[in-house]
Design a protein around this ligand. Structure first.
Ligand code: HEC
Ligand code: HEC
Ligand code: HEC
Ligand code: HEC
Length: 117
């Protein structure tokens, strides 16, 4: 009897823990930026079918949840600066995608990503 309730309790903790981890995945992110804020619809990119590792390149497995932000490693004076890292990931993918999908909403110009202040 005691063993069963312990199993149930652990099961419940696991479910709650998983739900909490899922809800921590942001739906929309805005990067405050000196050039103008950049909007990033995070969930829309997941829904488009990109796996977590596509962007969170330090994950070992695709099912892992990232523990660190890009900005924890990519700063203004890191070897690969935040600016270069984001331009490379965001803009290069959009550029490639647009070669095949000319009408795509994926922004590739400065002012389409960096909102006017
Ligand atoms: C198209 C690129 C892209 C994809 C795909 C993507 N993410 Fe992200 N994710 C980002 C970026 C960029 C950030 C913002 C990081 C920052 O602020 O430095 C972020 C932030 C996060 C955060 C918040 C981190 C924190 O500490 O605040 C979590 C959690 C997260 N992503 C989980 C996931 C998971 C899980 C998946 C896959 C199901 C996924 N992401 C897919 C680009 C992506
Ligand atoms: C734990 C630290 C860490 C985190 C978190 C991290 N990076 Fe990186 N990243 C690095 C390091 C170190 C490199 C240097 C080259 C390498 O080891 O691949 C790098 C390289 C890159 C490159 C390649 C640059 C080039 O010139 O080839 C891009 C693009 C990049 N990161 C984008 C991101 C994005 C976007 C995120 C968040 C979604 C992120 N990184 C999260 C550490 C990190
Ligand atoms: C691996 C590919 C990939 C990466 C990485 C990526 N995107 Fe996208 N993004 C897309 C595609 C594909 C679309 C357009 C889908 C469509 O045309 O409906 C898009 C659309 C968008 C849109 C327009 C949404 C709309 O419907 O108006 C914004 C804004 C955007 N991305 C911002 C970003 C930012 C900021 C980053 C980097 C943090 C980023 N994206 C990284 C593939 C990517
Ligand atoms: C696909 C979206 C996208 C496009 C296109 C884009 N950027 Fe960015 N840019 C970003 C993101 C995301 C960051 C990083 C934000 C952060 O570090 O929080 C950034 C960072 C920067 C920074 C660093 C400023 C700071 O406060 O750290 C400058 C400067 C910049 N971009 C200028 C430009 C210029 C000029 C162009 C056009 C030639 C351009 N960007 C095109 C998304 C974009």
């Amino acid at each position: 009897m005691r063993r069963i309730s312990l199993t149930c309790l652990l099961g419940l903790i696991f479910i709650i823990g998983t739900a909490a981890a899922m809800s921590d995945v942001p739906e929309n992110i805005t990067f405050a930026n000196s050039k103008g804020d950049v909007a990033f619809p995070h969930k829309a990119h997941q829904d488009a079918g990109y796996t977590c590792k596509t962007c969170h390149h330090t994950l070992e497995n695709d099912t892992d949840t990232p523990e660190q932000k890009c900005h924890d490693c990519h700063t203004a004076d890191s070897e690969v600066t935040a600016k270069d890292a984001f331009h490379k990931v965001c803009r290069d993918c959009h550029k490639d995608y647009k070669k095949e999908h000319k009408d795509s909403a994926a922004p590739t110009s400065c002012t389409k990503c960096h909102a006017k202040k």
